[in-house]
Design a protein around this ligand. Structure first.
Ligand SMILES: Cc1cc2nc3c(=O)[nH]c(=O)nc-3n(C[C@H](O)[C@H](O)[C@H](O)COP(=O)(O)O)c2cc1C
Length: 194
């Protein structure tokens, strides 16, 4: 009986040892941390504020997606341009983005945007359509002007059919700078932080 117990303990400690890698005897933890990208589009920096909270809590890399032709400072002019883009199903060209090869390195993408006309801005469509995000995990977040997240999550899911879309986070843009605790609660619920 004593021998069986000793053998069982020996087996368990061997199983709990780190995995030995094929090259050069380096060790690798079995629960390797996922590679995280916090990517966002933000015209007036509300979504940027949320992106920065997320990044400060989960780490990883940060990418601010921008368009080649910047939107005007004036709200109504932006509204007109963005409405035409939506009506014509346009894909505004991006000035800052990453290559499909670089995107392939990430496991989890926190994807942020303002709500425009009840959903994602067309720049987010341009961004997502560049990649095959099969097998990746996407955690969407957005800010809005009290209209809520609308159909943004389902529109993101349509553009990334083989990705896992997690429960998203949304908040009113004008309160973004008070949303730090809500962001932390969301990340806790998703299991990214303790
Ligand atoms: C073109 C445009 C369309 C918008 N459409 C909506 C909308 O449908 N619903 C809503 O609640 N807010 C809407 N807003 C407000 C933005 O979603 C809100 O101000 C957001 O926090 C801006 O985020 P940003 O600072 O990251 O750009 C719209 C704003 C713009 C410029």
């Amino acid at each position: 009986m004593r021998i069986i117990v000793i053998l069982a303990v020996l087996c368990m400690s061997v199983l709990a040892m780190p995995i030995q890698s094929a090259e050069g005897g380096q060790t690798e933890s079995p629960d390797k941390a996922p590679k995280i990208l916090v990517a966002f589009f933000s015209k007036t920096d509300n979504t940027k504020t949320i992106a920065e909270y997320i990044h400060s809590l989960v780490g990883g890399d940060m990418l601010r997606v921008t368009t080649k032709s910047p939107y005007p400072a004036d709200y109504n002019e932006t509204l007109q341009i963005a409405r035409a883009e939506r009506d014509n199903d346009e894909r505004p060209e991006l000035a800052v983005t990453i290559s499909p090869e670089d995107m392939a390195k990430y496991d989890v993408i926190f994807l942020g945007h303002p709500i425009w006309f009840g959903t994602i801005p067309m720049a987010i469509s341009t961004f997502l359509e560049q990649y095959d995000l099969s097998g990746k995990t996407i955690a969407p977040f957005c800010t809005h002007g009290r209209g809520g997240a609308g159909r943004s999550a389902s529109d993101i899911a349509k553009l990334c059919p083989n990705a896992t879309i997690l429960q998203g986070f949304s908040t009113v843009g004008s309160s973004a700078n008070q949303a730090q605790n809500d962001v932390a609660d969301w990340l806790r619920q998703l299991g990214f932080i303790k």
